[in-house]
Structures are given as C-alpha cells and as structure tokens.
Design a protein around this ligand. Structure first.
Ligand SMILES: *Cc1c(COP(=O)(O)O)cnc(C)c1O
Length: 363
C-alpha cells in the first residue's frame, strides 16, 4: 500500500548518491556505512548498541541465541503477528508458546501470557503491532517478577515511544526490520538489534558473521546475517526523513480516527498519547469484511488484511503450544480486521476520500 515512486525527488536523488558513494568506496559488506548507521540508530532509540543484521527475523533469532535460549526453552509471543516472529523462535531451536491479544488494541495480553508461563519459560517477545507501544513498564515488571527476558519485536514501531523511551530500549533487546515497506525501510532486506547489554551486543556481533570473533576463528556456530553497505547508506538517507514521514502517517491516522464514522466499521482503541503509535498500519474491524473489501476495491481504495490467519492456524504450526485459555480474541480479530491505506505519500485529500468511501459503506 506504499507508493515509493511518488516519494520526494530530494530523497530519491540522495539515495542514488548514497549508492554511488558505496560503489566508489569499493567496500560492500559491514563497513563504515554500517557503523555510521548503527551509531545513528542507537542515538535515535536511546540505546548503547545497534548491531546491523540481514533482516528482522534474523534479529530475533540472534537475540534469542545471544541469551542462550534454545532447545527445551519456551518463548511466549502473540497469535497476532507477522509469521517471522514465530519462525525466529523455531530457528533458535526453542519452543514457541502462543498467547492471546487484548481485543481493544490487538496487542499481546498480559493475562493470557500469565496463563502460559511455566518453569520452562525463558522469554516473552512483545510485538509492538501496527506501531503501538503500550504498557511497557507493566511488561517490564511482569517479566522481572517472573524472571523472564523481555524481547521487543520493533519491526512495525520505528520512533514509537512511551514515557520518552523508544521501542527497543525497554526490554533486554529489540529487533528492528528495515524491509522496504516498514516505517524505515531499505531497498532490500535489512534489520538490526538494539540493546544496552554488553554481552548481548558482543555475542550478536559474533553470531551475525559466521560466529567468528576475529577472521577465521569461530567460537560460536553463527549465521550469515550481515548488513551490507548499500542498505546502510540508504538507511542513513531515509533516516533523515523518518520523523517527517512518521508525522504524515499520524496525520492520516488522526483524520481517520476523527472522521470515520460508520456503524459497521469498528476502530481500534486509539493510543493514550501521541508518541506511542506510529501507525505502521491503520486497522479497523468489521463483521462484514468480505462486502467491505469488495466495496473498497470497487472504489479503488487499496487495502490488505493483517493478518488473515493467526499463528496457531497456519498449516506449518499444527500442534503448536497455545494458552490453556484459548486464543478467542485473536481468532475474532483475524476474521474482522482490515487495513486501510496509511502512508507518507498520501495527501489529506487522499485520506478524506478514504473517509468518504468508508463512511458510505452500507450492507
Ligand atoms: C516484518 C516483520 C518481521 C520480520 O522482518 P523481516 O525483515 O521481514 O525479516 C518480524 N516481525 C514483525 C511484527 C514484522 O512486521
């Protein structure tokens, strides 16, 4: 639902210059551009370390492995997330346990997570779904009390903050994705780990590069998940625009929050404060989703469903451990949710047209 071709010419030119700079440098993987981006992203998030990696899924796997979480260990996360959150748990060799969401926000439910904790539980992966950061202090306290690691999946929450703390700075570590459609995106795959923990940072730097601590010496069984110089150079340029682009998303969302008014269309509970939601996606729910989607398509309003199938209903996850209390809210949300266009290339008049079409939907 993004339109990169209509991005500002200044940005497109700067990206071309950045690519040429890398080509002219003759150094293509893990170099000065990566180091510079890591420094800038640490400053942005208010953390000590950023470790650039290949993508967001690897970032989660590397965090888990840096914490020595693996076979036999259970990791709790939400039924309503992108599949890679759970894939990363499998890839680390650990056992995913799926908890339910709070219906109002579609975010992971603390009481459902409570029902999943046992003496094998090592960590909770909190997903800042759709760009929402909420109740992080409660999550911190909950995890501290139970002796669990709090890991943040920040793939949708660049620049989202609560109490002036940014996504990724609350838990032991946060995983960012810079897939092109994320709020901060590269021109290919890219990701990073953010943390204040020296040990996690040190181990993650080794794991991302074949498990080597110096060239040809391999104290760990690592992966190949390095950030390349072109992607880092692009991210440096795009980071200059991130604040502005985030404001544009919030502006579209605030128009929707204020003016969408249709008894068939349910809005999610808006955030408590302005900083805590960066609207990676603007999601509504309707029991008439099929008809509503047809209506949007007929009126040329782009839309997608995030996500139509909750984690535990995927073909590949049959038998996955779930909360003993069930995942009823996630199942309802998956049946009713639909995402409206919300991106920085939209104008106010584009947004007003979406509002008009949504408001004119009837059975
Ligand atoms: C995109 C996404 C990921 C995975 O990121 P990749 O860079 O595509 O591997 C993980 N979790 C969530 C919530 C995402 O939206």
């Amino acid at each position: 639902m993004n339109d990169f071709t209509s991005e500002p010419d200044d940005l497109k030119k700067a990206m071309s210059v950045a690519i040429k700079r890398v080509i002219d440098s003759g150094w293509y993987v893990l170099g000065d551009e990566v180091k510079e981006f890591e420094t800038q992203w640490s400053n942005t998030c208010g953390v000590k370390y950023t470790i650039g990696v290949g993508n967001g899924m690897d970032a989660i796997e590397i965090i888990l492995r840096s914490l020595n979480i693996g076979p036999g260990d259970e990791v709790i996360t939400t039924a309503m997330t992108a599949f890679p959150t759970v894939l990363a748990i499998y890839r680390a060799g650990a056992v995913p346990v799926i908890a339910d969401i709070d219906y109002e926000t579609a975010l992971l439910s603390i009481s459902s997570v409570k029902s999943c904790v046992n003496d094998k539980t090592k960590a909770v992966i909190l997903v800042h779904l759709y760009g929402q950061v909420k109740n992080v202090m409660q999550w911190k306290k909950f995890c501290d009390d139970k002796g669990l690691f709090l890991i943040e999946d920040c793939a949708q929450s660049h620049l989202a903050s609560e109490n002036d703390m940014y996504a990724g700075s609350f838990g032991v570590a946060g995983a960012y994705s810079y897939y092109p459609t994320k709020n901060l995106g590269a021109v290919g795959d890219a990701g990073s780990i953010v943390t204040n923990d020296n040990d996690i940072a040190g181990k993650a730097m080794i794991l991302r590069n074949y498990g080597q601590n110096k060239r040809y010496y391999h104290p760990e069984i690592g992966l190949n998940s390095r950030l390349d110089e072109i992607q880092a150079a692009i991210l440096i340029e795009r980071l200059r625009w991130l604040k502005k682009f985030t404001e544009l998303r919030k502006n579209i969302a605030s128009l929707y929050n204020e003016f969408i008014n249709n008894k068939y269309i349910e809005k999610l509970t808006p955030p408590d404060d302005y900083d805590s939601h960066v609207y990676h996606l603007y999601v509504v729910r309707t029991k008439k989703r099929k008809q509503f989607q047809e209506y949007l398509n007929k009126n040329n309003i782009q839309n997608l469903i995030h996500y139509p199938v909750p984690i535990h209903k995927q073909l590949s996850t049959s038998g996955i451990k779930i909360s003993p209390e069930g995942l009823g809210n996630s199942e309802l949300h998956a049946d009713y949710c639909i995402s409206l266009p919300c991106h920085p290339q939209m104008t106010n008049s584009d947004a007003n047209r979406v509002v008009d079409v949504v408001n004119s939907f009837k059975e």
